[in-house]
Ligand binder design. Structure first.
Ligand code: FMN
Length: 257
């Protein structure tokens, strides 16, 4: 494989959840955000909120960014040009989520290049109303994901990823046989077990319903964890649609403007 400083930085990525007391300078914050802005975009359909309230921020991080999908700002531009938005909100959200995610990951990498560690927090859409109140968000600005950032006070190893064979499919999507699936699962599970990741984080997800617990931290790993997440959580889109509609996005009804 080829290597250089950019590739090394990307391959050395790990989420950081413990931070030192050092405050990142305004210049560091500005650099990270500028690098984020320069990501490719469909419509720059995002805004970024920042909290330096480390007492309240998750993991007492010195910086907490909230990445929002922002239709409001764009509609102001359209109004200046005497246009109205007619595109449906689901399509806009798809593009907005991509714009916002690309920006956010640029920030992660830029931060890392300046010695800053970070970790995403995915719960924001489910607390969108609370976040909207806190930051006085106008309607049609939706909190997508949060990014805690600061100087690392831990140095975990990079986490495993699927094998290339389970990721890159050239020309044709293959029939994924049991062996390929099992190999991919093994790579992930053995990788996390070797780091004792879930025991250290005490992060086993409790089983709901009739399933009986048979795992200990000796064999509980990523594939079981991810199955428990997506096999138990958020079975209905109702809560998310409610949050989106509270922020003025129309998902179930036709957009009429
Ligand atoms: C959209 C998104 C949401 C995430 N939410 C959380 C979260 O709520 N809590 C957390 O500890 N980590 C969260 N993470 C971090 C992932 O757990 C982490 O990226 C993944 O386990 C891979 O580990 P690595 O980043 O160290 O390579 C999130 C990551 C993404 C991309």
């Amino acid at each position: 494989m080829k290597t250089n400083l950019v590739i090394e930085t990307l391959l050395d990525h790990r989420s950081i959840r413990k931070f030192t007391d050092e405050e990142p300078s305004d210049e560091a914050v500005e650099t990270v955000v500028r690098a984020g802005q320069q990501a490719p975009f469909a419509s720059q359909y995002y805004s970024l909120l920042l909290s330096r309230n480390r007492k309240r921020n998750p993991w007492k991080a010195p910086l907490l960014f909230t990445v929002c999908v922002d239709s409001h700002k764009f509609e102001l531009i359209m109004a200046e040009r005497n246009w109205k938005l007619v595109a449906n909100d689901l399509s806009l959200l798809f593009f907005g989520i991509q714009d916002a995610s690309l920006m956010a990951e640029n920030m992660v990498v830029a931060g890392r290049s300046l010695g800053l560690g970070s970790c995403f927090l995915g719960g924001a859409p489910y607390r969108a109303d609370k976040i909207a109140e806190e930051y006085r968000l106008p309607k049609r600005v939706f909190p997508l994901v949060q990014l805690a950032m600061g100087y690392p006070a831990e140095d975990p190893p990079p986490r495993p990823r699927y094998p290339m064979k389970f990721t890159l499919f050239e020309d044709k999507y293959p029939k994924l046989d049991k062996k390929t699936v099992k190999n991919a699962m093994r790579a992930m599970d053995e990788g996390y077990l070797a780091q004792d990741y879930y025991r250290k984080a005490q992060a086993k997800i409790r089983l709901e319903g009739k399933r009986r617990e048979t795992f200990t931290y000796d064999d509980y790993s990523w594939t079981e964890h991810i199955c428990r997440k997506w096999g138990q959580w958020y079975p209905s889109p109702k809560e998310l649609i409610e949050q989106l509609e509270k922020q003025g996005f129309r998902i179930t009804k036709q957009t009429k403007r």
